[in-house]
Design a protein around this ligand. Structure first.
Ligand code: ADP
Length: 447
């Protein structure tokens, strides 16, 4: 087991990882930018190192500064959290080259899944169904037009290096394809520094359903069930559930078995998530995330398995020690991503937190690094808290969520809490019949 773990992240996920390390008896090193010197992840760490000025590229994305911090503190492993360097194969290689352990998958798997076209090719080869689309990068408009005509409009233009819902453009008809391609290319270049694009059939009412996977070095692979992340705005998840209100147990088993076989075939290890769109009873793979996900707590709540602990144990070479039959699913869990944003416009709302009161009670979990007096700066992602509830049934979880939102007080900055309060009362949410396009209409009053 590791002697000291450096956590290359900030905010709630840095705290989340610290908590597990503490339970495992492993000291932690926090890294922080000058903007985060008063942050909770720094205040609660065993040690901390300032790695640069506020802009992420000079601090939380500064590979050399993070590696130096690991070496001078005598850390033997680095946990990247999510975002920042979590899916950066080059960073994972640098960590290994300095005789440290990267708590995550092998660099070749990060690279393979980081190219979304390659990821689809690999999954297809191992029998996983895909969303219909081009299996090569688009090289010219004429080729794209032929591919789009074959798929049938509308089509979705996506970035091969994509993530966070950026770089996606819908072309509803042939006449708008060229313009949408240009927009997609520019956005992909700006967001990812790589402009390769591909096409997919645009599905009109899919759900987003993903499978949480764990794999050890001995080749044992298990799934921890699915998460339903269909509540999205601009292709970004806002609320997630485990399990999916749309899935029967037999479908979970079918999808889980397929995902397990595919990861075993490629020799994957550590935690990962296979994402699918689900429509008319069919699953279609869209991408794989080779890291811990923001929404991992809903899986933890229904399985009782600490995913960060499993990541650390696997990275240290320990076997999982259990099989698929040992994993039990209990009750229902829901997570709300509370962002420091104005609810109507979703414009970031930085500022000082004047007062803070988190809800509690049976089945309520809050993962947040907020405290009264903290200055929320505009430099980083606007996620400031995750409210997670667990109930024996979905309706119990919803009732618990409603009262937990009412208890939650974050004063001084605007947050998306009021939006969640509205969602919880929406009949479509209670019925569980929503798809990925529903929330967009709901926030604009067209649901
Ligand atoms: P990213 O990596 O940017 O998160 P994904 O490929 O995971 O992109 O897709 C994000 C979301 O975009 C999906 O959850 C879904 O809501 C929407 N989406 C992606 N592909 C399609 C598609 N072919 N048809 C309709 N919606 C899609």
């Amino acid at each position: 087991m590791f002697h000291k773990i450096l956590i290359a992240n900030r905010g709630e996920v840095a705290l989340r990882i610290q908590r597990t390390c503490r339970e495992l008896g492993i000291p932690t090193v926090a890294v922080h930018s000058t903007a985060d010197s008063q942050a909770m992840h720094v205040r609660l760490a065993d040690e901390s190192v300032c790695i640069g000025p506020p802009p992420a590229r000079e601090s939380y994305l500064n590979k050399a500064a993070i590696l130096s911090a690991a070496i001078i503190t005598g850390s033997d492993a680095i946990h990247p959290g999510y975002g920042f360097l979590a899916e950066n194969a080059e960073f994972a290689e640098m960590v290994a080259a300095h005789d440290l352990t990267f708590i995550g998958p092998a660099p070749r798997h990060i690279r393979m899944m980081g190219d979304k076209i390659e990821a689809k090719r690999v999954m297809a080869k191992h029998g996983v169904p895909l969303v219909p689309g081009s299996m090569e990068a688009i090289t010219d408009t004429a080729g794209a037009a032929r591919a789009a005509a074959a798929l049938g409009y509308p089509v979705l233009i996506k970035a091969a290096a994509g993530g966070g819902g950026r770089g996606m453009q819908v072309a509803r008809e042939a006449g708008e394809l060229a313009e949408r391609l240009a927009l997609g290319r520019a956005e992909a270049q700006a967001a990812f520094g790589a402009n390769a694009l591909y096409l997919e059939k645009y599905l009109d009412r899919p759900r987003h359903i993903e499978m949480q996977m764990l794999a050890d070095h001995a080749g044992q692979v298990v799934h921890l069930g699915e998460r339903d992340c269909s509540l999205q705005r601009r292709h970004q998840k806002l609320l997630e559930e485990a399990g999916s209100p749309a899935l029967a147990p037999a479908e979970r088993e079918r999808l889980g078995a397929q995902a397990t076989a595919a990861l075993a075939a490629i020799g994957y290890r550590n935690a990962g998530t296979l994402e699918f769109l689900y429509q008319d009873g069919e699953f279609a793979f869209i991408e794989m995330n080779t890291r811990l996900q923001v929404e991992h707590p809903v899986t933890e709540m229904i399985t009782g398995i600490d995913l960060v602990r499993e990541q650390i144990r696997i990275a240290a070479g320990e076997p999982l020690g259990y099989g698929q039959a040992d994993i039990r699913f209990a009750g229902h869990a829901i997570e709300c991503r509370i962002n420091a944003e104005t609810p109507a416009s979703f414009i970031p709302s930085p500022g000082r937190v004047e007062a803070y009161h988190a809800p509690g009670g049976l089945g309520v979990r809050v993962d947040s690094a907020l405290y009264a007096g903290l200055l929320v700066t505009p430099f980083y992602d606007s996620l400031v808290a995750k409210l997670i509830v667990h109930g024996r049934t979905r309706s119990e979880a919803i009732a618990r969520l409603r009262r937990a939102i009412d208890e939650f007080a974050i004063i001084g900055i605007e947050t998306t809490l009021p939006l969640f309060r509205r969602i919880v009362d929406a009949p479509e949410f209670a019925a569980g019949t929503y798809n990925v396009h529903w929330l967009e209409r709901f926030v604009t009053g067209n649901a």
